[in-house]
Design a binder for this molecule. Structure first.
Ligand SMILES: [Zn+2]
Length: 79
């Protein structure tokens, strides 16, 4: 299992500079490699929460659209 790949799919961005390049991921303190801002893991997740929520919303609305399309196609084929 490729954990690195999995981590990449949930991209956390630095709230100060927007970089996703973090170093010193230890003792729950994460340091941005770009602006050197230090954040706790919880802080980083909180700061990214809005982004994550928007991504989830976008993905789920796309799935909903697809489901509606499929349903409509099926419904039309019954006519
Ligand atoms: Zn930064």
């Amino acid at each position: 299992m490729d954990l690195k790949k999995y981590n990449r799919s949930i991209k956390l961005l630095c709230p100060t500079c927007g970089s996703d390049d973090f170093i010193n991921i230890e003792l729950e303190i994460i340091t941005c490699n770009n602006c050197k801002r230090e954040l706790s893991e919880n802080q980083l997740i909180q700061e990214n929460d809005k982004n994550i929520q928007e991504n989830v919303k976008e993905v789920s609305s796309k799935i909903e659209e697809e489901a509606i399309k499929l349903f409509k196609n099926k419904f039309n084929s019954f006519k």
